[in-house]
Each structure stands twice: as structure tokens, then as C-alpha cells.
Design a binder for this molecule. Sequence first.
Ligand code: COA
Ligand code: AMP
Length: 636
Amino acid sequence: MGYQNQYENWRNDPQGFWAGEARHLQWQTAPTKIFECNGSGDRWYVDGVMNTCFNCVDRHVEAGHGARIAFIHDSPMTGTKSHISYAELLDRVQCVAAMMQDKGVEKGDRVIIYMPMIAETAIAALACARLGAIHSIVFGGFAAAELATRLDDAKPKLVLAASCGLEPGRIIDYKPLLDGAIELAAHKPEACLIWQRDESPAPLIDGRDFEWQSLEGEARAADKRADCVPVLATDPLYILYTSGTTGIPKGVVRDNGGHLVALSWAMENVYNIAPGEVFWSASDFGWVVGHSFILYGPLAIGATSVIYEGKPIGTPDAGAFWRVISEHGVKALFTAPTAFRAIKKEDPQGKLVADYDLSAFKTLYLAGERVDPDTINWAEAALGVPVIDNWWQTETGWPICANPVGIELLPIKKGSPSVAMPGYELAVLDEGGKPVAANETGAIVIKTPLPPGCLPGLWQNRDGFEAAYMEDFPGYYKTGDAGFIDEDGYLYVMSRTDDIINVAGHRLSTGGMEEVLAGHGDIAECAVLGVNDALKGEVPLGLLVFNDGVNRPDAEILAECVQKIRDEIGPVAAFKLAVRVARLPKTRSGKILRGTIRKIANGEDWQMPATIDDPAILDEITEALKTLGYPPESKA
Ligand code: COA
Ligand code: AMP
């Protein structure tokens, strides 16, 4: 059955379609009520009872696939490679869940996981799922203050952390960041279980911190193994914080049942992966891509997933991805376009590809930011496989638009993530909420209800959910992206409608950065905007107005501002461009003209906004941007 038929099947009978897909899971009580829209939102498989960990691990072992490899861990950072079979994974998860039970973790409790790209991160998440506890994984590149916000919002009983993460050329000690976060947060977890890494073991605080290895060893020695706790399909599996339009991150909630059904569908139909095949998502457990396609998706269908602790370049060279693909027989790779831009910059001719046998490799999937046709062309020529753009977001958890290779490879239109997947009905609306014509740009929205797997809400923030997604266009979910649909139904995602920027595939809020900068004692006001960057897609750039009477050197204050973002948001913000300006361009009603500044910085055509307060300010801004090398031609 082709894509069009599948899509029509869904459209004609959404509940029938998703009832059929639910049969791919093993349920303790199979759902009879497939969908319900009650006062608190849309829910899928409302009376179904299951366990995500059981479906991802136990089920495959019980079916006789215990010897199959679940995870391949490949770390050029430590020079190690290891394989974990489904049977070994079951043993680890049972004991880790037992160790968490010993610390009092029960169904519904929250657990924060602050860990790098090691197998224990996946084991920790699966152990939470096993107990019906709700995990929240925090990316290692965030600073203590970001972790503190998440501690206060999720109020975890326990934190599971590693002693350190490894970045090229430096060790990131996690314990000082964790200790700093706990000090900053009003909510204090009852205990922290620390996975001690040889590269930098952490000193532990008596009574609060415990060495994970010892506790897991004790659980195993005492043959303590936790059973799977049955949960409702609608019970939360995890909370994943993502950037919103303010500095306060949004806690995207994922349920158990709909999530696993949707991921199973996507693994087969979008990513074309069958049980036992090797899938590699070169992302991080801290992002939604890591949750969906390093951890839960591949395991849901009994595939093998690669956990890679390294970079596309520099570990040791731009051939790193090809080495991993050839050594582990990877069938499909999923990563962000920025990784390919980095490789292309180091090895423009793609010469390193020839050093490896990539015969098992069939498809490259790119997502996380807009894919420029240059990058697609380069990747296609270097690798000789289809390059598939797919568009989705933390909130949806799986592709909204893709080229469904597992069903059929549709014609590829470069610059478009192709067409809507079953479950999603897209529209492009103007500001008044009216559909625009084909090829006309507007706000991209999804007709509600959203399909299984998409967020049922924000963590304990019903009003925030309504305000962020549901209020602007009644009957539709607002994606926050703008773009157009062409006459063949192909979507083109062009920009955001809010302050979110995508830096090396990482989603960040410029509003959040402005809040941090405004907290500097010498800053009167500021504007942060995303400017184009050849490697990272976008990078943040800050224009800062100093308080009157400040007489320290500009460079000193600007350096402090850069450091402040690093300390309070984290290195991942990649905030390095900052310049002093005398004043900011505003409308007569006082709104900062960020869009116009952005166009000037990117060297795009721009028009003097009719509502501008004082046009002369834009000349000052143009001069200030030149000192930072923007637009790029002005570097000459
Ligand atoms: N823990 C601690 N610090 C981290 C980190 C982590 N897990 N991940 C990144 N950082 C740090 C980096 O070391 C860097 O620090 P620096 O400013 O001291 O150099 C900073 O955060 C910015 O990181 P990044 O934006 O990733 O830039 P980079 O120059 O280190 O690497 C790429 C650029 C393109 C190689 C890198 O972004 C990459 O591999 N991207 C792959 C795609 C990806 O992972 N996308 C995620 C969603 S799919
Ligand atoms: P995240 O929630 O971190 O996955 O970021 C989601 C956002 O990244 C989307 O709303 C888009 O703005 C952007 N994005 C993700 N994938 C794509 C894509 N394939 N093309 C264009 N933008 C994308």
C-alpha cells in the first residue's frame, strides 16, 4: 500500500487506523477506547494498560531475541566500543530499577537524569519506565541554572547523574554543576545516584550522594530485580524541557501508549528499519531526537541502536561517521544538517568516504533545522544514498512531515521535508486564521486532535499549554513555524514565528538570553537575535545598551556578558557575538525591531519600518554589526 493510500486510510478512519497500529505493542489490557477528548485534552488509548520498558526490552527477550544486540556504544572520546544484548539490557534495567526502588522511587515520581552519551543513560530512562516513574533527561551542555529550573518544575525524588561528560579536549565535571543546581533550586531531591566514570570520578556528599555502581552491584548480588509496573497508556513516561518564548523552559509531557505506537510506526514507515537492523541517530539523549530515535523507537521494534559519544569532526577526523557506519553495519543514519556542514567544511571532496565500506548504508535522514539544498547535494554525492529531510519538534515526538521511505520513496524536492504523515493534517494560515493559497507563506498549523505520541500537555501547566499552542488558531495546534505548502502538498519550513533559534540543531530562546543579559548590572537593555552561520545554521548575536555612567572598557563588559550566558544557560547557547550600541531601534510603541536588525545582519533586503521611532538608529546598528563581521561580505 502506497503513501497516498495509507494517508487516506487514516483520514477516513483515524481511530481505526491507530487501533490497528496499537496491535504492534503488547498490552496488559488492550485499549478499547482509542481516543477521548475530555476537559483536560486529547488522550489516546485511554483504557489501555501496558509498560514501555516491557515493550522495549522484556518482550523481545521473551520472544527469544535475548542475544540480539540492543545497543552498540561507540566512544571515540574514551576509545571504547561495546555491545549490549537485549538479555544483558534486561538484567541491567531490572537491577537499576531495583536500586531506584530501594531509594523510594514509585510510580508517578519524577527522576532527573543528567548524563552523557553512555549506555547507562538509556538504562536509567528504561528503569524509570519500568517503575512507572517519570524521567526528565537534561542535556549536559546546560549550565547549573538551567538544571535548577528543571529541578524546581519537575520536583524529582531522585537525580541520576554521571560524574562527568567528555567534550573534545576537556572533561565536563557534572557533579559541581549538579551541586550548584541543587543549591540554587528550592526543591531538593532526596538522593543523587552517581555513575562514576574513570575519566573523572566525583567526590560524593555524605548522606545525599551514592555511588551507582555499588548500589547496582548490591542489588544484583542480592538478586533484587524490579518487575514492570503496569501503567495506563495515558500516564506520563517523561517530561522533556524545551525552549519556549521566554526564558522559562516548557515541560513537554509524553505519554506511554500513544508514544510507543507512534514511534513503532515511524521506525518502520519513515526510517525503514526492521527488527535486528542497525539504526544510528547521531544526536544526544538530552534532545527529543535522542529520546525517540536513540532510545525508544529502535527498542520498540527490537532493532539495534548506536549510542555515539563523539562528534562528526575532530574525533579524530571528518571520517568518524563513515567509520561508525561501516564498523557497525548501520542501515540508516539520522542527524542534524549542521553535522554534515561540519564534515563538508573539513573534507569538501568527501574523500574520506572512500576509506570505508558503506555497503550496508541505505538512507540518510536529516532534521532539527532547515536543510539547505547545498548540504543535501553534497551528502547525496558523497554517500550515494537518498537524503531525507524530516520535520518535527519536541512537542510532536515523531515526524510531522517526511518522505516515508518505509512505505515508498516519494519524489524528493530539495528544501522540503515532503509531505504530512498519517495522523497530521496540516494547514497554512494567515494572521486572521484563514488558509492561504498554495505556495503562499503563513503560520504552519496542525488540525487537532494531534495524533498519538504528541504532547498531551505541559507538565502541570494547562494554561501555558493552551496559551502556547492552542489559543491563536482555534481548532489547530500552532507549530511556531512559518512556511508554505506547494501544489503537490509538499511543505517548506522557512522560519519561526517566535523568538526561537536553531543553533547547530539545538533549540534555544533568544528571549531567554535577553533575560540573562538584562541581569548584568551594567546593561540597560538588549536585543538578541539569530544570525545566519555557515556551520551552525544560526548563532545568537547580542546588541547591548550600557547603563549611563558605565566607564569600564567595553571589551571587559562584553566578555562578562558572554560568560554570563555560558554560566547561566550553558556553552550550548554558543553566544559569542556581542556588541555595544548606544540605543536600540524601536517602533513608536516601543517594540524592538529585531526582524529588521536580523535582515541587516544577514545582508538581506530590508525596508524601513513605517512605525520606526528614529530611522537614524538603524545606521548606528549597521555600523555596530560590521564590527562583528555582519553581514559576512562586510568582513572584507
Ligand atoms: N556537554 C557539555 N558541553 C557541550 C555538550 C555537552 N553534551 N555539547 C556541546 N557542548 C559545548 C561544546 O563543547 C561547545 O563548547 P565551546 O563553546 O567551549 O566550544 C558548545 O557547547 C557549543 O556546542 P556546539 O554548538 O555543538 O558546537 P561545537 O562547535 O562543539 O560542534 C558540531 C559543532 C556541528 C560539530 C556539533 O554541533 C554537532 O556535532 N552537531 C551534531 C548534531 C546534533 O547533535 N544535533 C542535535 C539535535 S539532532
Ligand atoms: P526541536 O523541538 O528542538 O526538535 O526543534 C523543533 C524546531 O526545529 C521546529 O519547530 C523547526 O523550527 C525546526 N526544525 C526541525 N526540523 C526541521 C526541518 N526538517 N526543517 C526545518 N526546520 C526544522
